[in-house]
Design a protein around this ligand. Structure first.
Ligand code: SAM
Length: 237
């Protein structure tokens, strides 16, 4: 059977009891970077065999792992951090199991997008996850324009090198919009920095961003509600 196992996004203590049990009893653990995951395994005293499973060998490894699963093996799939398949390898193996009628299960656990959404304080009833913001500036601008007009919180994975550019684009497209930079979640320098994009530009100009980042944009409907409320509160009684 295949077990899809989320692993910590920073704090090594965030491995669930069940995830640990599954990893301890797996015949093989398919890991994005076996050296990186070795640190987690060592931390938790897990000594099962690891094989690499990353974007460059996913097709070949999927076929191999499928054979092992068909022969009755227990396979655990992990990535460097968080939930496999979410901006990470994994979907190909899950799809192959589903199509072959092989048993699989997904353990709930750490995932940066969900952690960032909850910590942002932005609306959680409807949200859009766009993965990594595109590197090409035209595509990036289009993605940000779509986020600004969407009636749902938008969340993106973002690189520290491009954060200022994205915030500047937001400052131009929607200066009054509330945005949140969720950085280094579950780690020592965890930060949820909320504000209007220009204020965040000023902050990160003075304190260049480092580490792992999620960028969240308030939905158009929530921004309109907030503006209406502020206008009502400002009006004389
Ligand atoms: N599969 C992972 C998950 O479930 O979150 C995501 C993997 S993706 C390759 C890595 C990106 O996720 C990072 O570049 C960053 O944007 C985001 N991320 C991962 N860990 C994070 C953390 N501790 N704090 C903020 N963002 C994080």
């Amino acid at each position: 059977m295949l077990f899809v196992v989320p692993t910590p996004i920073g704090n090594l203590g965030d491995l669930t009891l069940r995830a640990r049990e599954v990893l301890e009893s797996a015949d093989v653990i398919a890991a994005e970077d076996t050296r990186h995951s070795g640190i987690l395994m060592q931390h938790h005293g897990i000594g099962r065999p690891l094989v690499s499973f990353h974007e460059h060998n996913e097709a070949m490894r999927t076929a191999e792992l499928l054979e092992r699963l068909l022969a009755g093996a227990t396979v655990a799939l992990i990535t460097d951090a968080g939930t496999p398949s979410i901006s990470d390898p994994g979907v190909r193996l899950v799809r192959a199991c589903a199509e072959a009628g092989l048993a699989y299960t997904v353990l709930p656990g750490p995932c940066a997008v969900i952690t960032a959404l909850v910590g942002s304080g932005l609306d959680t009833d409807a949200f859009y996850f766009g993965g990594f913001l595109p590197v090409k500036s035209g595509q990036r601008q289009a993605e940000i324009a779509a986020a600004v007009s969407r009636n749902a919180t938008s969340i993106f994975y973002e690189s520290p090198h491009r954060l200022l550019k994205s915030l500047a684009t937001l400052a131009e497209a929607a200066p009054a919009r509330l945005v949140c930079v969720a950085r280094e979640l579950t780690k020592k320098f965890e930060e949820y920095r909320r504000g209007q994009p220009a204020a965040l530009v000023a902050h990160y100009m003075a304190h260049p961003p480092k580490g792992e980042i999620c960028l969240l944009v308030e939905g158009a409907d929530a921004a309109a509600r907030r503006a209406k409320l502020a206008a009502r509160q400002a009006a004389p009684a």
